[in-house]
Ligand binder design. Structure first.
Ligand SMILES: Cc1cc2nc3c(=O)[nH]c(=O)nc-3n(C[C@H](O)[C@H](O)[C@H](O)COP(=O)(O)O)c2cc1C
Length: 174
């Protein structure tokens, strides 16, 4: 695609394409409210604070998951591996079935998480703000676990694999 000559204020589609150039991992956020389990695929997951451990997710208003997260005050996160693209798709269908098929673990707090995910974390909501057409939710991680594996990546509207991890480690990170 040729580079446009001018900068313009983006509409929704252009905003999606602009930010779609930011490679991300893929996660599923899950919650339970009034006896109903809900969940959806997200890539708005960001680590915010280490001590205390706080992460952030951004959920569209129109989602069932957003209502359940705010209604129950807690949620869980599963960071998907490259072999879990089908799960990412299953949890991204608007209004679609979520827990009828697939393997799930349960956190100590009783929330479903995706079995085999690279990381699983249970969070309690510590703050949330309405920003534009989304609710930005900050969750304190109360319990988590992780395993090694190749991550599922998302770039420019497509799922894929990212395996070029052979560069030097950032020394202060791990
Ligand atoms: C890779 C990917 C990332 C997504 N990230 C988000 C996100 O961060 N926030 C959001 O509100 N929706 C996100 N979505 C869209 C939701 O997964 C989708 O709207 C979902 O169907 C909502 O579920 P519900 O309407 O059945 O509650 C993403 C979808 C995909 C495929």
């Amino acid at each position: 695609m040729a580079v446009p000559a001018v900068f313009v204020e983006p509409d929704g589609a252009a905003m999606r394409r602009t930010m779609g150039r930011f490679l991300t991992g893929v996660a599923v956020v899950t919650a339970e409210h009034e006896g109903e389990q809900v969940g959806m695929t997200i890539n708005s997951l960001t680590s915010i604070s280490l001590e205390p451990p706080i992460l952030m997710i951004s959920l569209n208003f129109a989602t069932r998951t957003g209502d359940a997260v705010l209604g129950s005050g807690k949620f869980a996160i599963s960071i998907l591996g490259v072999k879990q693209e089908a799960v990412a798709r299953q949890f991204a269908v608007r209004g679609g079935a979520r827990f009828e098929a697939g393997d799930f673990d349960t956190t100590d707090g009783g929330l479903p998480v995706i079995a085999g995910a690279l990381s699983q974390a249970e969070c309690k909501v510590v703050n949330h703000y309405t920003i534009g057409d989304h609710e930005v939710v900050f969750g304190q991680v109360v319990a988590s676990r992780f395993r090694d594996g190749d991550p599922l990546a998302f770039y420019s509207g497509k799922f894929g694999a990212f395996r070029d991890f052979n560069h030097d480690a950032v020394p202060w990170m791990f």
